[in-house]
Design a protein around this ligand. Structure first.
Ligand SMILES: [Zn+2]
Length: 483
């Protein structure tokens, strides 16, 4: 699941029948009764059937079966007339499956890739108020683990690819679909997109990719903005460690490993990494300003202007908000602590884990050097705990951002399209690092203040589901060109 700087999800409701009418779209987004099974078009009923099948297939990363889900989606594509050679399922391990399918275009342009993950995080029945792995429509929502993360995207892509084929659509470029396993684990040996890049790069090679990420944010049921994740911070942890010869606690000496470490941590807690702006965060502050109160808006605008004198006070005010602070700079924070070995002994060891989220483009070595300088104690070692996966930001290409703005204006008139940098890591980073610029953008509308991905009672609004499928249909078609 993508960890967005602007987590969001609640859905608004509008009659699905409105979708048929462009004129009605322009009328606005007032709440109407939820779409009911009997009022669905055949296409909507089909998309819903695909969604239900995915949600009811238990695909928890470690214990579920993504191969079964991949096979089921492959069967649907083949049944719709896709050639066997254009629908492949790879099973790099038991119960692990990746599907790669291709809708052939004229070849006038390089292919585009649609990526979604099939696996989900665990959900226990005791925590939930409904069955997590049985699809349920209740009070205008669809409930189930994975409904928002990320089976909406997977279902929309499959249903729309089939629709394109049935309509005889011939795009300017091939549209490649990849449904992967193992997105929900942080593991260098994950068998999803990393495995596909390593083993079948030719099959997924594309000019750019659309992945999960930004969606439409609702406040009080009204759409206020949509976001496009184009960049993410780099995850890097370090261990701070002090060793000491120790002794009896009845005769303490001044040199105590725990005190040394504690003092270093206090110094770190007061330190701020320097403010840095990149193309994405500049656009983020510039456009998100429209959603904030006058003071915040002015601060965001002055930060976006990039003028150091103008920005200094604004940066310090914005830094008080953890979400904005994470957009302004690299952060490093203590997350774990251990030390000592007996109640009556001086500690021979004290250790802390520091987790950093590094601005893309900032050298990782520099961060370690900064930590050493801030810790300012040569008795304390600073050691990396993982090898950083660097992530190249995807450029804000006008062709892609422009298409997103065009289709957004039709579905949710007047809301800003805001580029976003995730404070956490997604599988977009693997594609970006492989040279495929990736845009995290779903078209799924949800309440900004009711984020349920990875949590209990995950759900999407019925209305948002159908709007989102239709939105993706239009957006992908615009990006793929032809007709
Ligand atoms: Zn996800």
């Amino acid at each position: 699941m993508l960890r967005s700087p602007m987590p969001c999800r609640r859905r608004f409701v509008r009659s699905a029948a409105l979708l048929a009418s462009a004129a009605a779209l322009a009328v606005g987004l007032s709440a109407v009764a939820p779409a009911r099974a009997e009022s669905l078009t055949a296409r909507q009923a089909f998309a819903l059937e695909v969604f239900k099948e995915l949600v009811e297939t238990n695909t928890v990363t470690a214990t579920g079966d993504t191969a079964r889900a991949a096979d089921a989606m492959a069967a649907r594509l083949r049944a719709a007339g896709f050639a066997d050679a254009d629908v492949q399922v790879f099973k790099p391990a038991p119960r692990k499956g990746n599907l790669v399918a291709r809708l052939r275009g004229t070849g006038a342009k390089r292919p585009m890739l649609l990526l979604a993950h099939l696996d989900v995080v665990p959900a226990s029945r005791e925590d939930w108020s409904v069955e997590p792995f049985s699809f349920l429509e209740k009070d205008g929502y669809y409930y189930g683990r994975g409904t928002s993360d990320d089976k909406f995207m997977a279902a929309a892509f499959v249903a729309n690819l089939i629709r394109y084929r049935q309509e005889g659509y011939r795009p300017d470029r091939d549209i490649i679909l990849a449904l992967e396993t193992d997105e929900e684990i942080i593991d260098r040996d994950a068998l999803g997109i990393q495995w596909l890049i390593r083993n079948h790069r030719d099959l997924i090679d594309a000019e750019f990719a659309i992945n999960e990420g930004g969606g439409v944010g609702l406040r009080g049921g009204k759409p206020v903005r949509t976001s496009v994740q184009t960049s993410e911070k780099v995850f890097q942890s370090y261990r701070l460690e002090v060793r000491n010869r120790g002794g009896h606690s009845a005769v303490p000496n001044r040199d105590n490993a725990i005190y040394r470490l504690a003092e270093a941590l206090v110094r770190l807690s007061k330190f701020n990494f320097p403010f840095r702006l990149n193309e994405t965060t500049r656009a983020y502050f510039d456009r998100a300003a429209a959603l904030e109160n006058p003071q915040l808006a002015a601060d965001m605008k002055s930060v976006a202007s990039g003028h150091p004198d103008l920005a200094a006070l604004s940066v310090s005010r914005l830094s008080a908000n953890p979400v904005y602070n994470a957009q302004l700079r690299t952060t490093c924070v203590a997350t774990m602590l251990e030390g000592g070995h007996a109640e009556n002994a001086l500690p021979q060891l004290a250790r802390a884990t520091i987790n950093c989220r590094i601005m893309p483009g900032e050298p990782v070595d520099e961060v370690q050097a900064t930590l050493v300088r801030v810790v300012a104690d040569d008795q304390i070692s600073v050691t990396p705990l993982n090898e950083a996966t660097l992530s190249e930001p995807s450029p804000l290409h006008q062709e892609i951002m422009g298409a997103i703005e065009t289709v957004t204006a039709e579905f949710w008139p007047g809301i800003p399209v805001i580029p976003a940098m995730s404070a956490g890591a997604t599988d977009g980073s693997h594609l970006r690092n492989a040279g495929i610029p990736t845009y995290g953008h779903s078209g799924l509308a949800g309440d900004i203040d009711d984020q349920r991905a990875h949590g209990k009672d995950e759900r999407v609004l019925v209305k948002s589901f159908f709007d989102g499928v239709e939105y993706q249909y239009r957006l992908v078609k615009l990006l793929a060109g032809g007709g």
